[in-house]
Design a protein around this ligand. Structure first.
Ligand code: TYM
Length: 383
């Protein structure tokens, strides 16, 4: 492969020069027609749904179970949007090794992740679900984007600052994590990215990278928008309602896992931290614990917060929590059951993921071929 060395004519990769650090004219580079090369000649069925705008999102397989924050913040939208959009979803195992991991566990967790995603309602006929490491274009585009990302720009990512302060082993991969995330989305020319509020800054970065690349080399990538549901964009920890529910929390007491046993769920909800007073009212500033429980209740039961407030008027926290515990336990039990059914046949599960990867690869290869030709690379001769 010929690597074309580009020499910046002014500026450096740094804060004030992020935008004009590399002045390259697309017209000055050798042209290679869109889609040329072996990748583009592969016989694949076009997985795109004509006339539908595309969504892309990803989730890390870094725990044995997804939690209610993942579900309410993002996965619920994944399920809904598969019916209205051309939906491509990814289990991001490359991201999962940015912190220490156990290889066998990672392998198993990818399957468990896929099983849970099918169990919550993803339908392989309606969307494409695949594992990131099975589509090699992701790290290939990530490298190109890294070469267009300012060092200071990447250093401003709050998740990096957060994670690097908590982990003893801070890798370059953890630093470039958001750039790989940008590659994930841009490869699929996605219009929308359904995520929780904590991903907003990463989406902003990918928008900037797409715009910068397009401005430098000509239109190559769709500039994606974040799709964040306001009410559930941040689901809080039940034991510490001022913190978001997160798998990296020091205790599992405030995290409802989708695969938790019903009794464990009941116990966690009954011991959820509530606030001073007895009233069940939505007031995030003064009653963050109760407000969080109301949001969970309202979303899972499909009742408005106002209706719930009137239903529980004059009743105490005990009744409210008891009912909510049943709502959540009833919601999670069938997910756990279906997850186990999928995991009972891993051959079929792996086949579904391989089909997803094939569909995803067809889209990713086309975008990468175009991006390669735009920066002046030759096309890959394998694949
Ligand atoms: P991850 O695996 O941490 O979380 C998956 C999704 O769950 C959302 N989420 C929450 N939403 C509301 N309240 C919470 N407490 C909560 N906790 C998690 C996250 O916002 C996310 O949408 N970097 C991503 C994975 C990723 C990705 C992508 C996402 C990689 N490539 C491309 C979108 C597009 C992450 O770590 O998500």
């Amino acid at each position: 492969m010929l690597l074309l060395r580009l020499t910046p004519t002014s500026g450096s990769i740094g804060n004030s020069h992020d935008r004009d650090w590399m002045r390259v004219s697309a017209r000055s580079l050798p042209s290679c027609r869109y889609g040329c090369g072996r990748i583009a000649n592969m016989t694949t069925t076009d997985p795109a749904v004509p006339g539908r705008s595309r969504v892309f999102s990803g989730i890390q397989p870094t725990s044995d179970s997804f939690h209610l924050g993942n579900y309410l913040g993002a996965l619920r939208s994944w399920v809904d949007m598969q019916h209205t959009h051309d939906a491509v979803y990814c289990i991001v195992d490359l991201h999962a090794i940015t912190i220490s991991h156990d290889p066998k566990e990672l392998h198993q967790r990818c399957r468990a992740a896929a099983a849970q995603l099918f169990a919550i309602g993803l339908d392989p006929e309606e969307c494409t679900l695949f594992v990131q490491s099975q589509v090699p274009e992701h790290p290939m585009l990530s490298w190109m984007l890294e070469c267009h990302t300012g060092f200071g720009e990447a250093g401003r990512m709050t998740q990096f600052k957060d994670k690097s302060s908590k982990n003893e082993r801070v890798t370059v991969g953890l630093f470039t994590y958001p750039v790989l995330q940008a590659a994930d989305v841009l490869l699929y020319q996605a219009n929308e990215v359904p995520v929780g509020e904590d991903q907003r800054q990463h989406i902003e970065l990918m928008r900037n990278l797409a715009q910068r690349f397009n401005a430098t080399y000509g239109d190559t990538f769709t500039v994606p928008n974040a799709h964040i549901v306001k009410a559930t964009g941040t689901v809080q920890d039940l034991a510490e309602p001022e913190r978001k529910m997160s798998k990296s929390a020091s205790s599992t007491a405030g995290i409802i896992d989708l695969l938790d046993q019903p009794n464990r769920i009941r116990k966690k909800i009954k011991s959820a931290v509530t606030d001073a007073g007895r009233e069940i009212v939505y007031d995030v500033d003064n009653k963050p614990g109760v407000s969080n429980l109301l949001t969970i209740y309202s979303t899972l039961a499909g009742e408005s917060v106002a209706d719930l407030e009137s239903r529980y008027e004059g009743k105490g926290y005990g009744d409210f929590k008891k009912d909510l515990a049943e709502v959540v336990a009833d919601f999670c039990a069938p997910i756990a059951e279906r997850t186990n059914e999928y995991l009972d046949d891993v051959t079929e599960l792996d086949k579904m993921l391989a089909q997803g990867a094939q569909k995803a690869h067809a889209i990713a290869a086309e975008t990468l071929a175009n991006a390669y030709s735009r920066v002046g690379f030759r096309q890959p001769v394998y694949g």
